[in-house]
Design a protein around this ligand. Structure first.
Ligand code: DX5
Ligand code: ZN
Length: 223
């Protein structure tokens, strides 16, 4: 069974003073990952709906909005309504993940569920049929440039098994510390979509970094 690896550069590592230019530099990415942080669910604060909308307006790449915020029930549908392809909320922040997924899909987006490194996948297996993507966090959410936590890979592997066995229909996404040294182990564990911030925007040539990461993941998947 051949899977195609997909790369989602994270704008968190881009130059925020030149967002339109930074978006254009990764035009050949699969999704563009936009990290929304509220200084409550995570200690950091980034951007909200108006800035995401401005990015959406200039991006040739579908947006993948990762909401690291409290009360996602209140805010997530707005990101779907403005045209994001995928909107991911944190399981730990939701009182009713199924209801959020329903609202996101009704607004025309894919619905994503994110779990922090310490959150067991088992706690959310019953709600995953309502979601389109599972985001396995491989760092503590909040900041770019952290080291990859390989201990989360069994969660990606388990999700992959459930998808391959036909029990779930999910894109398996990983976020945090993905680079040339770590992407192969994530690909072998069954990840489809790789978020990479510093590894793409920290490179001299982001387009070339995307191509190199994609090729590395593809060879690990087929190997
Ligand atoms: C962290 C964010 C990530 C971050 C990844 O909370 O969710 O998307 O940008 O950055 P790197 O790839 O540098 O770990
Ligand atoms: Zn993210």
């Amino acid at each position: 069974m051949s899977r195609q690896p997909k790369i989602a550069p994270s704008l968190l590592s881009a130059d925020f003073a030149h967002l339109a230019d930074e978006v254009a530099r990764v035009a050949d990415a699969d999704w563009l990952h936009v990290d929304v942080m509220d200084a409550h669910f995570v200690p950091n604060l980034t951007l909200g709906l108006p800035v995401a909308q401005a990015i959406q307006a200039v991006s040739p790449v579908p947006l993948d909005c990762h909401l690291m915020i409290e009360n996602p029930e209140r805010w997530a549908p707005g990101y779907a309504e403005m045209g994001a392809r995928n909107v991911t909320v944190h399981a730990e922040a939701c009182t009713d993940p199924r209801a959020v997924a329903r609202d996101l899909r009704a607004a025309g987006a894919l619905a994503g569920l994110a779990i922090k490194p310490g959150t067991p996948l088992e706690d959310y297996l019953d709600v995953l049929p309502d979601f389109d993507t599972l985001l396995v966090m491989s760092v503590e959410p909040g900041f770019g440039g952290q080291s990859f936590i390989a201990d989360v890979l069994p969660k990606a592997r388990k999700a992959r098994e459930l998808v391959d066995a036909g029990h779930l229909t999910l894109l398996v996404e990983i976020d945090g510390g993905i680079n040339a040294d770590t992407i192969e182990q994530a690909a072998e564990a069954g990840v489809d979509m790789f978020v990479a911030g510093s590894a793409v925007y920290g490179a001299d040539d982001p387009a070339q970094a995307i191509a190199a990461l994609r090729a590395q993941a593809a060879s690990a998947m087929s190997g």
